[in-house]
Design a protein around this ligand. Structure first.
Ligand SMILES: [Zn+2]
Length: 369
């Protein structure tokens, strides 16, 4: 069956079944599109065979063209935050009204589709997809500055210019709380109301660490892409790395550091500014000497300082690795920085949870370049 037939099937099913009438017709068609895409990806060998999705795991709906209306946009906020926030009412056909907090300004007439997403914690997110005319800023000037980046566990990021960022370990930070909530959930009777409440509470905690992580990665991406033209990364297979981890703590920390997500976020920020990200082979980056290329085979994970057996060169382990990465990509690092210095706290990078209850609805406008 092709795309149109699938869409028609979705429409026919909607007509026959009373239950499916709660869906707006274009939304039903979009659900069919999703299945079509999943099948295409499977046939192209890109993904696994599409499975039947459980109802309680289907958490987002897309309004591809019509069926939504935004009204009553107004400035809100009190005191010094006066008129800093915008609220609006959004009507989604067959679902109803939502009050949103607008997080970004976007041209209303260019919105091509609206997605409503429900998080397991009960938070609702609206995503407005804005079609923009592609502005390809082909940077005419040659890339000037390059930096090597080594991702690790003790220090999340070490740059070849000597700057580093400590690993905030967002999951480990709230691990005690998560363990307590897991325990509480397991004691509730199956399908009881209290069980659902406990489940939401747990989901919220997980989302908190997830959002914290993403926020940090994007901020780091902005910082780096403002300073440098080329970013050199290790080409790591993060999944394999986790599976090969020696003990539970190390595996959890690897998982918590989300190295592939970090890479994706950094690449996104660099590409947005028309800059390049290079991935070089990760083989022996930590063991290779930055000065002479000699390899220290005895280096273990515990050694924080690299010591070259050939030329006697001594440098911090992560700093050496990031310099080696830069060297491998063909760039010559200007000089070896004498000491490490921390990246100053990124804007509003508070580790404390914001006081008060989080807002129920929000609307991050998603832009496609
Ligand atoms: Zn050496």
């Amino acid at each position: 069956m092709n795309k149109t037939e699938l869409r028609q099937l979705a429409l026919d099913l909607r007509k026959q079944n009373q239950e499916f009438q709660v869906l707006y017709s274009q939304v039903a068609q979009q659900v069919a599109d999703r299945f079509y895409q999943a099948r295409e990806r499977f046939l192209d060998g890109l993904a696994n065979k599409p499975k039947r999705k459980k109802t309680h795991k289907y958490l987002s709906l897309v309004y591809p063209q019509k069926g939504w209306r935004l009204s009553g946009i107004r400035q809100v906020g009190r005191g010094k935050n006066k008129n800093k926030r915008k609220k609006a009412r959004l009507h989604l056909s067959k679902i109803g009204f939502f009050t949103l907090v607008l997080h970004r300004d976007f041209p209303l007439e260019q919105v091509s589709q609206v997605c409503v997403k429900l998080y397991p914690s009960g938070r609702v997110c609206m995503v407005f997809l804005v079609e923009e005319t592609e502005t390809q800023k082909e940077s005419s000037k040659e890339p000037q500055k390059a930096v090597g980046l080594d991702a690790g566990l003790t220090r999340l990021v070490t740059l070849s210019d000597g700057r580093f960022l400590d690993n905030p370990k967002p999951l480990e930070r709230s691990l005690e709380k998560i363990q307590r909530l897991h325990k509480r959930l397991s004691r509730k009777r199956f399908l009881s109301k209290n069980r659902f409440k406990a489940k939401k509470r747990l989901a919220k905690e997980y989302e908190h660490s997830k959002h914290f992580r993403r926020d940090l990665f994007f901020k780091l991406g902005v910082l780096l892409s403002q300073d440098y033209d080329v970013l050199v990364l290790e080409d790591l297979g993060a999944q394999g790395l986790i599976q090969r981890g020696e003990n539970k703590t190390r595996r959890r920390r690897l998982y918590d550091s989300a190295i592939s997500e970090l890479r994706a976020c950094l690449e996104w920020e660099f590409q947005k500014r028309g800059k390049t990200v290079l991935a070089v082979s990760a083989y022996n980056t930590s063991r290779e000497c930055f000065l002479c290329g000699g390899i220290n085979h005895n280096l273990t994970l515990k050694d924080r300082v690299f010591h070259c057996p050939c030329c006697g060169f001594t440098l911090d382990r992560d700093l050496n690795a990031s310099s080696v990465l830069l060297k491998r990509s063909g760039w010559v690092p200007s000089d070896v920085p004498a000491e490490l210095r921390p990246i100053p706290p990124l804007p509003s990078l508070g580790l404390k949870r914001r006081q008060g209850e989080a807002l129920k609805q929000e609307a991050p406008a998603f832009r496609r370049g």
